[in-house]
Design a protein around this ligand. Structure first.
Ligand code: C5P
Length: 245
């Protein structure tokens, strides 16, 4: 746990999201129990959600965690609106859609979230952090990743989406172009010296915060660490230090 009473340490808690990418609820529960009191936010993605369903969302919310439900909706507007309404019945505070679904899909998502009783905040995924120029080109997009991210970010903002998922490489540019109110959530975070795995556009926690990220998503550097609590504490300390500068 960061030193109590220190404003930067308290803020750091709100800025770290631990990605619980596990195949079953038991493993997510074990890690969540270990991180309880150290971290505040957890992310439930497709792997865990499809294995454990909404029960795991409710269980982790019941343990006191704030939930980022990362299901990355991408479908026709009517279907996405329905999915948002269903997801809004859970205790998710953040929910993702793919910006590549286009303006009509994003507008339908915003409208559906607005009419929910317990509206989650929507985040639009721009370009996955595992995509580099070659991967993007293979999908028919010849733009550089940063240009594509900006195009999708502007489109999402125009549709009323309040936050984006982007890589640390684009965060500074998006902050400048889209202003201070857009929530920027950044995965692909690797502490110095950590294994980058399948991620391509990575940054350290401190660098991402200094570049303008609001929240960092960290999976394997915490979940696969021999001491996950210690790994989370060290990332929180790095975030707190970057906030304080
Ligand atoms: O283990 P790692 O730290 O790479 O996990 C990153 C998490 O962030 C994964 O759950 C992944 O699905 C998610 N994510 C991402 N890139 C995006 C959006 C989400 O890596 N653009």
């Amino acid at each position: 746990m960061p030193a109590p009473g220190n404003a930067s340490s308290t803020q750091a808690l709100d800025r770290l999201i631990v990605a619980l990418d596990f195949p079953a609820a038991a493993e997510a529960r074990d890690l969540a129990q270990r991180l309880r009191g150290t971290c505040k936010w957890v992310k439930i993605g497709l792997e865990l959600y499809l294995a454990a369903g909404n029960a795991v969302v409710e269980e982790l919310a019941g343990l006191g965690f704030s939930i980022f439900l990362d299901l990355k909706f991408h479908d026709i507007p009517n279907t996405v609106a329905g999915a948002i309404r269903s997801a809004s019945r859970s205790h998710a505070s953040l929910l993702t859609v793919h910006a590549a679904g286009g303006p009509a899909m994003l507008a339908a998502a915003v409208q559906a979230a607005r009419t929910a009783n317990n509206p989650p905040q929507l985040l639009a995924v721009t370009v996955l952090t595992s995509m580099d120029r070659a991967q993007l080109a293979a999908t028919g997009v010849s733009a550089a990743p940063a240009d594509q991210v900006l195009q999708l970010g502007r489109m999402a903002q125009a549709a009323g989406i309040p936050g984006l998922v982007c890589s640390a490489e684009e965060v500074q540019m998006l902050r400048q172009q889209l202003g201070p109110d857009m929530r920027l959530v950044v995965p692909g975070i690797r502490p110095a010296g950590a294994d980058i795995g399948d991620q391509k556009r990575v940054a350290t926690p401190g660098a991402a915060i200094r570049a303008g990220a609001d929240m960092l998503v960290v999976g394997r550097p915490i979940t696969q660490a021999s001491d996950p609590e210690k790994a989370a504490q060290s990332i929180l300390a790095e975030i707190a230090e970057a906030i304080a500068v």
